[in-house]
Design a protein around this ligand. Structure first.
Ligand SMILES: Nc1nc2c(ncn2[C@@H]2O[C@H](COP(=O)(O)OP(=O)(O)O)[C@@H](O)[C@H]2O)c(=O)[nH]1
Ligand SMILES: [Mg+2]
Ligand SMILES: [Zn+2]
Length: 335
């Protein structure tokens, strides 16, 4: 609601800003170079029942306000309207519509799953893997990529610690699967600075989300991109050992000096797939999407052992990597 009418002068102004970090009950909103410590209007949970549920889902009809209480309706990256108290504090009164949502299911035991938006309005997902130490688990990369695809976000695969490339002779052949799928790949090293300038160019002007297991070198990468950034991340993420679903994850968005923002996701091991159905999974593997519907059994093919499966034929023909196909089957069995 606008408060610009002339007889409204005594009301506090509404402004729009972006949520950069949050701790229980507090949201740090950046607006025009100012930082405002906001709380959440109690109205907002009721307002947000619809936006946090997929509009095509029937869930929002049965959802009660009480039930969504453990899922925060405001995500890092959200553009919010807030009432500015003028003393560095404010109250968030509205979450503006999102251009994208990187989500995962959050559920209390025995209850329905709810969508937990991890980052709103991102425009690039960056799975980070170390060439070695720890050895890359490509199945996890496939999971990240499917999450990105299901959010309709582009992904950039970053391989870091390239000074240890000698420890992983199989890297190039492993990466071939992702080249076939059309994903861009950048190889970098926080120690030598290899590939950092190129990465900065990619990050410029975007809202990017780093995903990757602890120890792969994300913090070091942030420091290589912009000295001091990772240190802050480390400080913020300290103590975030909990892996339980309800543990607060200390996500924080950072402004990049050269333009753009970046979110590190410490404590989030993986994004469980939110509202991905078995039938649509093959569409979320770009190299498979073109074969969907071309199987003997058409759209009802599960691409498992059915005769005349176009996807399995493409695997045989080397157009889809056997590894990616295996990941597809693994994920499919979960859905
Ligand atoms: N050799 C090498 N080690 C690195 C590199 N980047 C990070 N590391 C090491 O990997 C470990 C984990 O790094 P960190 O940035 O904390 O990973 P994070 O948990 O993903 O944030 C640390 O011991 C770093 O020193 C790199 O480019 N090369
Ligand atoms: Mg870290
Ligand atoms: Zn098939």
């Amino acid at each position: 609601m606008s408060t610009t009418t002339s007889d409204d002068d005594t009301r506090l102004p509404d402004r729009v800003g972006v949520v950069f970090r949050k701790t229980t009950g507090h949201y740090t909103v950046h607006a025009n170079g100012r930082t405002v410590d906001c709380s959440l209007s109690s109205l907002i949970r009721k307002q947000l029942i619809y936006p946090i549920a997929d509009p095509t889902s029937l869930r929002h009809r049965v959802m009660e306000v009480r039930e969504i209480e453990h899922v925060d309706p405001v995500a890092i990256g959200d553009r919010v309207r807030y009432t500015d108290a003028g003393d560095g504090r404010g109250v968030i009164i509205e979450v503006l519509s999102r251009t994208s949502r990187l989500s995962r299911p959050a559920a209390a035991p025995g209850q329905h799953a709810f969508e937990q938006v991890i980052v709103a309005n991102a425009d690039l997902v960056i799975p980070v893997f170390a060439v070695a130490d720890p050895t890359p688990k490509w199945g996890l990369l496939d999971r990240y990529l499917v999450s990105a695809e299901s959010s309709r976000l582009p992904a950039l695969i970053v391989i870091t610690k390239m000074d240890m490339a000698w420890k992983n002779k199989g890297l190039e052949s492993d990466l071939e699967a992702y080249r076939l799928a059309g994903y861009p790949i950048q190889k970098v090293c926080a120690n030598t600075g290899e590939g950092i300038d190129e990465l900065k160019e990619t990050l410029q002007g975007r809202t990017s989300v780093l995903v990757g297991k602890s120890g792969v070198g994300k913090t070091s990468l942030l420091n290589a991109i912009q000295p001091g950034l990772g240190l802050r991340v480390k400080e913020v993420s300290k103590g975030g050992q909990g892996k339980g679903r309800h543990t607060t994850t200390h996500l924080e968005m950072f402004r990049l000096d050269f333009g753009g923002t970046i979110v590190d996701t410490p404590g989030i091991r993986e994004f469980g797939l939110w509202e991905v159905s078995g039938e649509e999974l093959a569409y979320l593997f770009p190299e498979m999407a073109g074969f969907v519907g071309r199987c003997k059994f058409g759209l009802s093919c599960r691409h498992d052992r059915e005769p005349g499966c176009a996807i399995r034929q493409a695997v045989m023909a080397g157009e889809i990597s056997p590894h990616r196909y295996k990941s597809y089957m693994n994920l499919r069995s979960e859905l």
